[in-house]
Design a protein around this ligand. Structure first.
Ligand SMILES: [Zn+2]
Ligand SMILES: [Zn+2]
Length: 338
């Protein structure tokens, strides 16, 4: 309103030198307006085209991501069993080296797997931009004493894509060290171990003596396997046949056992537990070759846990050299010797 009024006022004076200029200005402003409208529409169109093309590449990217996203997460999942095994290996080796039992092995395993997966998650984020969260929710008994079960919840996301899954892994504990003998005997200076065996020196006879066991001297220079390996002679009554027993002892095989302790309890220095566990044989002094000797029965849970006597059993040997272990009646039955 004010503008129009002003224009009218100016128009009144015809000879006003400003008049022409003003008309010109009005025309000019019309042109400037058109010009502006054109520029703005060009900019708008440009923005529109840019947006469209950006939107298009966005759609393209997401389509690509759907495939790569799943591929990367499947690849990620394959790491879990391997890394879990590595964690078990590290934990076990530490316990063997120090002779110090864990107070809660399942909790320690959970924490350590969590830590190592966190490192993996960072690696994956750096390489793919996918954010992965990993939560170990369960560590417990596996399908048999030679496996443990680990459940992990995985959450992953990038942009609009997200992923959620629970992974159950059965991890074999074969070829890991058996921590139990180290926890029980490493305080004795004559105790030593290598890649295949624990060599007790006089540690085991001292240990048995401290438990008031008769025949403890027969275990001087005894040995037992340091690596967990599952026995190939099943059913176990096959041990009586041919040189099966000698092979079993030479290879340091482990057997399923109700009385022997499970892997988790071995890490805690517990020699017998309520879980379905394992047992192996502890060889007495290799120079013994008499039948009728009496000493603590040789399965490891009888040596380290609740002890009872057994009688020497001479083992059939391929080489003709006599090997013996001490076996009680129940274990003779289990392995086919009675
Ligand atoms: Zn065996
Ligand atoms: Zn147990």
């Amino acid at each position: 309103m004010l503008k129009i009024k002003n224009k009218k006022v100016i128009k009144k004076g015809n000879k006003d030198p400003l008049k022409f200029n003003l008309v010109k200005d009005e025309k000019g402003s019309i042109f400037t307006g058109l010009y502006l409208v054109m520029i703005i529409s060009v900019i708008l169109v440009a923005i529109l085209i840019l947006n469209l093309s950006m939107g298009y590449t966005d759609i393209n990217k997401n389509e690509l991501n759907a495939e790569t996203f799943n591929y990367i997460l499947n690849d990620y999942k394959t790491n879990i069993p391997d890394l879990s095994y590595k964690v078990l290996e590290n934990i076990t080796n530490k316990v063997v080296k120090s002779g110090m039992p864990l107070t809660n092995s399942k909790e320690t395993i959970k924490e350590e797997i969590g830590k190592i997966m966190m490192k993996k998650n960072k690696e994956y984020y750096k390489n793919s931009g996918i954010q992965i969260e990993n939560n170990v929710v369960y560590v417990g008994d596996g399908k048999d004493p030679f496996h443990i079960n680990i459940k992990t919840i995985i959450n992953a996301f990038k942009g609009n894509r997200s992923y959620n899954d629970q992974i159950t892994s059965e991890i074999s504990i074969e070829n890991l060290k058996d921590p139990l003998p180290a926890i029980k005997c490493s305080k004795y200076p004559s105790f030593s171990y290598n890649e295949t065996n624990y060599n007790y020196g006089d540690s085991l006879s001292k240990f048995l003596e401290s438990k008031n066991q008769n025949g403890s001297q027969y275990y001087i220079n005894g040995s037992s396997p340091s690596i967990i390996k599952r026995c190939i002679y099943e059913p176990y009554t096959q041990h009586k046949e041919g040189i099966s027993m000698e092979n079993c002892l030479n290879n340091g095989y482990y057997h399923e056992s109700r009385d022997g302790s499970c892997y988790f309890h071995r890490l805690e220095g517990v020699e017998q537990c309520l879980d379905y566990g394992m047992e192996t044989f502890i060889l007495p002094n290799p120079k013994l070759n008499q039948s009728g000797l009496k000493a603590t029965s040789s399965p490891d849970h009888v040596i380290f846990g609740y002890s009872y006597p057994g009688e020497s059993l001479l083992i059939n040997s391929y080489s003709g050299t006599k090997t013996l272990i001490f076996l009680d009646n129940a274990h003779r039955k289990k392995y086919g010797f009675a």
